[in-house]
Design a protein around this ligand. Structure first.
Ligand code: SAM
Length: 262
């Protein structure tokens, strides 16, 4: 069946067999329950099946590709023909899932943020093996004091350990994207800083990083009425820039805000 890739759905299919093998060698698959996001024509799905998982669920928004997957895999996989942004992943199975996704670039950060914000104490996954455009992956793994450090690094590192596995060149895809990609593996942290409402962390980092070159005095005053007192409590120099504050400081500030507003 001939299929024309749809740009609007970020369809760049991975065709490099070595990279596909490398992705499925990253984590244990045998006897695990797998969720694949955006399987496309099933190039990665074939490699996952070879590793004998207990079960595979896939979420594919494209109706044509869902039909194609149905023809190709029949009962071997559970096809959910829907938008990943509208699905409650924690309802798919009672077992913890191992997640693979060569995510559509235009919504990759939205998917990741949704998962992190909605995470309950009981994680619904064991591991996330996700491909991003390299520039986004660099922002996710960036450390404080670097130019790429920002909201995405702070949010992602809050509850998850993150490891970069490989960079992948445009030649590995069809059609070729204009940019490089990177594969990251996320695993739940056993211990992480508790917040009642994660949207406070989102709000605080949004306000701080909306003016990333300016001193933090202004966002501090915008968020806290008693800014001076709080900066002294956490020994924060208000002449610093947002990128100079560690993720821990942002978490502490979100907690402080929570305590003051609850
Ligand atoms: N995994 C395949 C591969 O590596 O060859 C395809 C990857 S392609 C970059 C992204 C896939 O995600 C496409 O199949 C696209 O149709 C699907 N997709 C795009 N937006 C989606 C959404 N909101 N929910 C579920 N799938 C989506």
């Amino acid at each position: 069946m001939y299929f024309k890739a749809k740009k609007s759905l970020g369809q760049n299919f991975l065709i490099d067999q070595n990279v596909l093998k490398q992705i499925t060698n990253t984590v244990e698959i045998k006897d695990k329950e797998i969720l694949e996001i955006g399987p496309g024509s099933g190039n990665l799905t074939v490699h996952i099946l070879k590793k004998l998982p207990k079960k595979i669920h896939v979420i594919e928004k494209d109706d044509d590709l869902s039909l194609l997957l149905n023809e190709k895999f029949k009962d071997e996989i559970n096809i959910i023909n829907d938008d990943v942004l509208k699905i409650s992943e924690d309802k798919i199975s009672k077992e913890k899932l191992t997640v693979f996704g060569n995510l559509p670039y235009n919504i990759s950060t939205e998917i990741l943020s949704k998962w992190i914000i909605n995470l309950n104490k009981e994680f619904w996954f064991n591991e996330l093996v996700l491909m991003f455009q390299k520039e986004v992956a660099d922002r996710i793994i960036a450390k404080s004091n670097s130019s790429k450090y920002g909201r995405l690094s702070i949010l992602s590192n809050w509850k998850l350990n993150i490891e970069k596995i490989i960079d992948i060149k445009p030649e590995s895809f069809s059609p070729r994207p204009k940019i490089d990609s990177s594969l990251l593996v996320f695993t739940p942290k056993e211990d992480y800083f508790e917040l009642i409402n994660p949207s406070n962390l989102e709000m605080i980092t949004r306000i701080f990083f909306s003016q990333r070159r300016k001193m933090i005095k202004k966002p501090f005053n915008q968020i806290f009425k008693n800014a001076k007192e709080i900066s002294e409590k956490f020994e924060i120099d208000l002449n610093l820039r947002p990128q100079n504050l560690s993720p821990e400081i942002y978490l502490k500030l979100a907690k402080e805000y929570e305590n003051l507003t609850s």
